[in-house]
Design a protein around this ligand. Structure first.
Ligand code: ZN
Length: 342
């Protein structure tokens, strides 16, 4: 074989192998493309979502999913305005190929995130003398409301005790707030009620202060209103000694109010006194209420001035319906007219 012939053979071999190479490459490329198509038909690129290391599902679109979470946690939250702090577990994403049979469950995951989120809500109570009256959503509303009412009521009362109490809760149902103007009307009416009540209390205190004192015990209430039918110290054919009390005639059943705070020491039928209630007020002072038709108290019972303890009657040594009232200092009867029924 000469040189020329060898070159021809080499050329042919080269052409042959090049052709073979191209054929193999083509087959490989076609195969790879074919496999890619198969993979794409069977699988889809998806985000695997994990929360605190736990796989919770798949989503296709990260932005849509994050919007969904925001919608559930904030936008669709009825108490959105009251959210103070919002803590939730951030989902982690991992891009992966997942079978097309696997459905994405973004809404379900978002719901889970919402359920596990810790939301603290804040609102503001308006209190009058520390009694909560109404609530508003924002501090600005609360401050505005208090300021306006204080200015409006300035002429009525110098020291209007209105306060703002910041309230926190994790239970949105607890938040019962009103629009600022509605709350303002509510608080204003309570302020008006309080001004009237304070005035009444002041008058009542003045009335009590004007009542007499016996041995340091304030007689704060008249037992009954009626006509004096027999005075202290009078003699009568009805009794052996002089009269130890004051008789006030009034209809049977008239409520008898205890003169002062104290403790009932006796409430029973007692000879000529009939049904007799005795109340001890301290400092050796006792008041007695005799001839009653009904007794409403029991020994040992605490009473406040003005409490109804019995009803007027005519039991025991009595000729008609009246209250026999005695005031005793260390056991000695004194003239009730020195103190009451002047
Ligand atoms: Zn009497």
């Amino acid at each position: 074989m000469n040189k020329k012939e060898r070159e021809i053979i080499l050329n042919r071999k080269l052409k042959y192998y090049t052709k073979k190479g191209i054929e193999i490459l083509s087959i490989f490329t076609i195969g790879a493309s074919f496999m890619t198509v198969i993979v794409c038909i069977k699988y889809k690129p998806t985000y695997k979502v994990t929360i605190s290391g736990e796989k919770v599902g798949y989503i296709e679109n990260k932005k849509d999913f994050e919007d969904e979470i925001k919608e559930k946690l904030i936008n669709s939250n009825e108490k959105q305005e009251n959210i103070d702090t919002l803590v939730y577990n951030e989902p982690q994403y991992e891009l992966s190929l997942v079978s097309r049979d696997e459905n994405s469950n973004g809404e379900e995951i978002a719901e889970k995130v919402k359920e596990e989120a810790e939301i603290t809500y804040k609102y503001y109570e308006i209190a009058l003398s520390n009694v909560p009256i109404d609530s508003v959503n924002t501090l600005q509303d609360a401050e505005e409301l208090v300021k306006e009412i204080k200015e409006e009521e300035k002429t009525q009362t110098q020291n209007l005790d209105l306060s703002i109490i910041e309230k926190y809760t994790e239970t949105p149902e607890e938040i019962v707030t009103n629009e600022m103007q509605v709350a303002k009307e509510h608080v204003t009416s309570k302020v008006a009620e309080k001004i009237v009540a304070d005035q009444k209390a002041k008058e009542e205190q003045e009335r009590i202060n004007a009542m007499p004192v016996v041995n340091g015990i304030r007689l704060a209430s008249l037992p009954v209103k009626g006509t004096i039918s027999s005075r202290f110290g009078e003699s009568s054919s009805l009794r052996k000694s002089t009269h130890t009390g004051l008789d006030i005639a009034c209809p049977t059943g008239t409520p008898i109010k205890v003169t002062s705070e104290g403790t009932v020491t006796s409430a029973s039928y007692s000879g000529s006194y009939g049904n007799l209630v005795k109340v001890s007020h301290g400092n050796g002072i006792e008041t007695w209420y005799a001839h009653t038709s009904k007794m409403y108290v029991k020994p040992g019972q605490k009473v406040k001035a003005g409490d109804v303890i019995a009803a007027v009657g005519s039991t025991g040594n009595s000729t008609g319906s009246h209250l026999h009232l005695e005031i005793r200092i260390n056991g000695v009867a004194v003239n009730p007219q020195k103190y009451l029924y002047k």
